[in-house]
Design a protein around this ligand. Structure first.
Ligand code: NAD
Length: 493
């Protein structure tokens, strides 16, 4: 592998064909690369180095080497670097948003919103970095002194998905860096370009060499095997499917790694008695169709009170049918392409299954006959129990609606899933919605709102949706381990 010191790819130039280890962009030169495609056109937007397990084994050297000095860097200095990174990301919002839209497909408006949301983690954890508190006290016996301080867990392996190519990275990197941890980042192979841009900006903001390293690859399993075999990595933080999360949890057992797992969801969206149907439809549009339905927090099942179901379904179908579909970079587009053929095929199979069981397609249901990977926004009414649409994470712009007759029936249905990430409740009042929300088994719940993500909030799931939290005051805890020190009294005399 040819190392090219200090030659960073220029902003806005065609995609870099490099990975980043110990502050060095490693050129692909004679090495294998893979293409990154624009899902709106099928065109190639760049090439990235396709790292092998043999490449990956080198990376922990850099992260482990940098760990000690980064942990000893005063928290104020770490905070200021993160704050500079926030400013740079905001300054580069347009370039970053275009990169996200090109490789992931979402509309430019949504991509710009992702940049703002993702940048917030840098600002938030810049603020949290200087508030890592410990405690010091006399033990009950009155002799000696006990001190509990919180130390960084050590080098972290961070694995991220394609659906939020920027925010899923900053949501991990910002707290890791704030806590004093170094990192090996493995972004999704469908969206590596945004990751490389973020690393450039972190370096520009002053993150020292070796503190953040990136491995791009189309071979995530052997790369994970190679990295997780190295006992110097002390934590794995993963965002992705529950299926892959389980694999990594098993692997993490070998070296007893700290684990954070942000996994799949199957969010219920419940419309209760007295709910404002128009407000519920507005919330549903956000909760379902944002990110082309490809969000772990996406409303997956609409559970609507029998007496409101007709009105809710027809209004949702009407709104969905009016959405402007097209390449995310075109002005005014509301629904971009899905990320892959596999994703569309799966969504179509889920629609067919529901229809075979007796559901009605109120709008959509077809793939658009044009270049790119476009699925019409789809609303399905009267979806029977047992349908795949209710049981599985759809991860596409498909809204299955089912009816309930009593709150008890709705709670049972809402909890009838292995997942527990997000849920949404629309009710006559926030109090009524909140009383219902407390009975739902999910890590996050929106009451009379259709979007829950916020850098200041604690994001994460229960049940098979994951372990740990990102964002909020909890987010940095995932990267800290208490160290208790015992000493004789009087220590400071
Ligand atoms: P995925 O699990 O296929 O991939 C996620 C990441 O894991 C990618 O970087 C991929 O390359 C890597 N990976 C795949 N197989 C691996 C293996 N055997 N070992 C190590 N790494 C491996 O998920 P995806 O398709 O990229 O993303 C969609 C899923 O992510 C959905 O289930 C969604 O709900 C979930 N998600 C969850 C959250 C959350 O915060 N809970 C956020 C976004 C997405």
């Amino acid at each position: 592998m040819t190392a090219v010191k200090e030659r960073l790819p220029a902003q806005g130039t065609p995609a870099p064909s490099w990975i980043y280890i110990d502050g060095t962009w490693v050129s692909s030169n004679d090495r294998a690369t893979f293409a990154v495609h624009d899902p709106a056109t099928g065109e190639i937007g760049g090439h990235v180095l396709d790292a092998t397990a043999a490449d990956a084994v080198r990376v922990p050297d850099a992260a482990a080497e940098a760990q000690r000095s980064w942990a000893l860097t005063p928290s104020r200095a770490r905070a200021e670097i993160l704050r500079r990174a926030f400013d740079l990301v905001i300054e580069q919002q347009d370039v970053l948003a275009s990169t996200i839209t090109m490789e992931m497909g979402k509309s430019l408006a949504e991509a710009r919103a992702e940049v703002t949301y993702g940048a917030e983690f840098l600002r938030w954890f810049a603020e949290e970095a200087v508030r890592i508190h410990g405690r010091s006290e006399e033990p009950p016996e009155g002799t000696g002194l006990l001190e509990v301080r919180r130390r960084p867990v050590g080098p972290c392996y961070l694995v991220t998905p394609w659906n939020f190519p920027l925010a899923m990275i900053t949501r991990k990197l910002a707290p890791a860096l704030a806590a004093g941890c170094t990192a090996v980042l493995k972004p999704a192979d469908l969206t590596p370009l945004t990751a490389l841009r973020i690393v450039e900006l972190l370096s520009e903001a002053g993150v020292p060499n070796g503190v953040v390293n990136v491995v791009t690859t189309t071979r995530p399993a052997p790369v994970a095997d190679a990295l997780l075999a190295d006992s110097r990595l002390r934590k794995v933080s993963f965002t992705g499917s529950t299926q892959v999360g389980r694999v990594l949890l098993r692997q993490a057992a070998e070296h007893v790694l700290r684990c954070s797992m942000e996994l799949g969801g199957n969010a219920p969206f419940v419309v209760l008695e007295g709910a404002d149907v128009d407000a519920a439809v507005d919330g549903a549009m956000l909760a379902k169709f944002r990110n082309v339905g490809q969000a772990c927090t996406a409303a997956n099942r609409f559970l609507v009170l029998e007496s409101l179901a007709e009105q809710f379904s027809s209004k949702l179908a009407e709104h969905a049918s009016r959405m402007r579909i097209g390449p995310g970079a075109e002005p005014g587009v509301e629904l971009g392409p899905m990320i892959s053929d596999t994703g569309v095929q799966r969504a179509l199979a889920i629609i067919d299954d529901a229809v075979d069981r007796g559901a009605t397609v109120l709008t959509g249901g077809r793939r658009l006959e044009r270049a790119g990977i476009f699925l019409e926004p789809t609303v399905l009414a009267d979806v029977p129990a047992g349908s795949r649409a209710l049981a599985e994470e759809i991860f596409g712009p498909v809204a299955p609606i089912t009816r309930f007759h009593s709150a008890a029936e709705a709670i049972a249905a809402a909890n009838d899933t292995e997942y527990g990430l997000a849920s949404y409740v629309y009710a006559a009042t926030v109090d009524a919605g909140d009383a219902f929300a407390r009975q739902i088994e999910s890590g996050m719940v929106g009451v009379n709102v259709g979007i829950v993500s916020n850098a200041a909030a604690s994001f994460g799931g229960v049940k098979s949706s994951g372990l740990g939290r990102e964002g909020g005051t909890e987010g940095i805890e995932e990267y800290l381990a208490p160290q208790y020190a015992a000493s004789p009294l009087p220590r400071f005399a």
